[in-house]
Design a protein around this ligand. Structure first.
Ligand SMILES: [Cu+2]
Length: 286
């Protein structure tokens, strides 16, 4: 479903976070140090290794299905997985108390959009237990969580360099460039100090302005028709959630044209998605 159709309904679950589609990209096949991630059409995740070292790990993802993604998190302050799920659900329903606790107690370390095969790099900044799960399209429950044990010293691994870079900055705003290549490695860096964010690209007609997108988001409901500026002929892209200071990287391919870049994470003070508060940027994909 087109994300614009349900900009308001995104309050449903974390998953709302992860619709959109990635066109298949060939996967690296050389090194043995590559973590193999398989996600089936029901979102069940399997990993080739569940004991990893801090730093970065390259992955190759097979399987996938439209709308699915893979999310990696670590939990802080003794939070259990079960309570974390409740926090995220409550947070995306606009519960401000749960939003605050979610930002404080869950570290989102990215993961690939999994609409089809792809590859990329994950960062593993600290030792501990990492949880990996499929993030489904609307209303579907994620079928399983894989626990990964990470050992080694804490590190701050640098993100791969890429011209396809999207940057979030403090105050729920997008920084970075306005022009991106249409394929390569999409690197999303969260340089903000305050919030976790995720990247959602929605195809728009040439000449669409940020104000147009913003007023549509602020005035539309879950059953609103798609806006006239939406380009339904091109697929978008929706990535996983990334906490402040973290990044995620994966191969991607988008049809050239204009896109609105949005984030639908809920705000700590208002409970509303960041996009509605101005986290909207128009970019040209060439
Ligand atoms: Cu955000």
């Amino acid at each position: 479903m087109h994300q614009f159709l349900r900009a308001r309904a995104l309050s449903l679950a974390v998953v709302a976070a992860v619709a959109g589609a990635v066109v298949s990209v060939p996967v690296h096949a050389d090194a043995s140090s590559i973590l193999k991630i398989h996600i089936n059409s029901h979102g069940k995740v399997r990993l080739s290794d569940t004991t990893l070292h801090t730093g970065t790990v390259r992955f190759a993802l097979t399987g996938g299905a439209p709308g699915w993604g893979v999310q990696v998190v670590t939990l802080k302050h003794g939070l259990t997985l079960k309570r974390a799920e409740g926090l995220v659900a409550g947070a995306f329903a606009g519960n401000v108390k749960k939003i605050r606790k979610m930002y404080a107690d869950i570290n989102f370390v990215g993961g690939p959009s999994a609409s089809g095969p792809t590859s990329g790099t994950l960062e593993l900044p600290k030792a501990g237990t990492y949880y990996v799960f499929g993030t489904p399209p609307d209303g579907v429950k994620s079928p399983n969580v894989v626990k990964v044990h990470v050992t080694g010293p804490a590190v701050r691994p640098a993100a791969p360099t890429s011209k396809a870079q999207v940057v979030a900055v403090t105050g729920a705003r997008w920084g970075g460039r306005s022009t991106l290549p249409h394929k390569g490695t999409l690197v999303f860096k969260n340089r903000s100090k305050d919030y976790a964010h995720f990247v959602d690209f929605e195809a728009v007609q040439p000449g669409t302005t940020r104000d147009q997108v913003l007023s549509f988001l602020q005035s539309s409901g879950p059953n609103s028709p798609p806006p006239s500026f939406a380009d339904m002929t091109r697929q978008g892209f929706s990535g996983s959630i990334v906490s402040p200071g973290e990044w995620t990287a994966q191969r991607f391919h988008l049809a050239p044209g204009a896109y609105a870049v949005l984030c639908f994470m809920p705000d700590k003070k208002m409970g509303m998605p960041h996009a509605l508060m101005g986290m909207v940027k128009i970019v040209t994909v060439k």
